[in-house]
Ligand binder design. Structure first.
Ligand code: SD4
Length: 327
């Protein structure tokens, strides 16, 4: 493959007179290990505690794949996050069906949709990636596979989740797609070897129709990683994100030379184009991490979306509010 100057620039590389690629680090770049700046980003402020686990692992030499898997497991187990894993939001009929996917630096990926009774769908997605010839398992097949791999079948529906669902049933005022009803964790990391990986996990839209699948378990819309270019993940109304294949689109735009910020903005712009009248009701957030460590993000609704960054400059993590389409 011919490498153009543009592609090199997209990777933070440039061609000196010798013709050999040289890494350009931004002025305030943090120290590097093996030439790469380790970093973790994830959607929403609750990503801070997930990032902390991922960051700890990265600093102990773990791969980005291990870091993102273990990182989002923190959120899956956290009952205060009512849109992911344990104590997640129920569907219209009172079932908790979880969606997750994971992708590594080599382009391998695994995914589950509509998985019940398992606390850590992200680890089931990884097992599918590593132990089967498939990418995605859904519903009872995914559950059977998880049990066959030794994942405990548990009651992960809490009294709190049932109370929230009953309150919704009584009010019936909340339509399935509103900003209040969803908050996925999507996480991207770059490790000491400079490899990228990503993970995404959610209980999906609250009170969704049984069988509904959003973007989060879909490689392409909800998550995409290309180790030569960068990675992206999404949160928000999955239907809109699927329609533009959001995360894949962002990685491809970065490949063409767009910055992570501009690529995320362009993905939001495409959603606006597909939803000319309804986009103000769509909560959308994209985050992207380029191979050279540059990050970007963009949201739809005014100051609604935020994401968490952990790196050597912010080892405890920091929450960043990116630009949004609606200002
Ligand atoms: C979905 N994207 O199921 C998920 C929900 C979500 O922030 O991200 N919420 O459509």
């Amino acid at each position: 493959m011919k490498i153009s100057r543009r592609m090199l620039l997209a990777l933070g590389l440039t061609l000196p007179a010798s013709g050999l690629p040289v890494k350009i680090l931004s002025q305030n770049a943090s120290p590097t290990i093996n030439g790469s700046e380790m970093k973790v980003i994830s959607t929403w402020p609750f990503g801070i505690s997930a990032n902390a686990r991922a960051w700890e692992l990265l600093n102990n030499g773990a791969s980005a794949l291990d870091a993102v898997e273990q990182g989002v497991r923190v959120t899956e187990a956290d009952p205060t996050v009512t849109s992911v894993g344990y104590n997640g939001s129920l569907d219209r009929d009172g079932r908790l069906t979880l969606d997750a996917c994971i992708m590594d630096h080599s382009g391998m990926c695994g995914s589950v949709a509509g998985l019940e009774h398992i606390k850590h769908p992200i680890s089931v997605a990884r097992a599918i990636m590593e132990k089967t010839p498939h990418v995605m398992l859904v519903g009872s097949g995914a559950l059977d596979f998880a049990i066959s791999q030794g994942f405990p079948k548990e009651n992960i529906i809490t009294d709190d989740a049932i109370a929230r669902w009953k309150a919704w049933q009584q009010s019936q005022k909340t339509p399935p797609i509103t900003p209040e009803n969803h908050d996925t964790i999507g996480m991207l990391a770059i490790d000491a070897q400079g490899n990228l990986s990503g993970a995404c996990t959610t209980s999906g839209l609250s009170y969704k129709l049984p069988g509904r699948v959003g973007d989060s378990p879909l490689i392409g819309p909800g998550l995409y990683v290309d180790n030569d270019i960068g990675a992206a993940t999404a949160t928000g109304v999955g239907e809109a994100i699927i329609r533009v294949v959001g995360s894949f689109l962002i990685v491809e735009l970065m490949r063409q030379g767009m910055s992570p910020h501009d690529a995320c903005k362009e993905a939001v712009k495409r959603i606006v184009k597909v939803h000319p009248n309804t986009h103000p009701q769509l909560q959308i957030g994209f985050i992207a991490l380029r191979k050279d460590g540059k990050i970007g993000a963009y949201g739809m609704r005014k100051e609604e979306f935020s994401y968490s960054l952990t790196n050597t400059k912010y080892p405890q993590g920091t929450v960043i509010k990116p630009d949004s389409w609606l200002n």
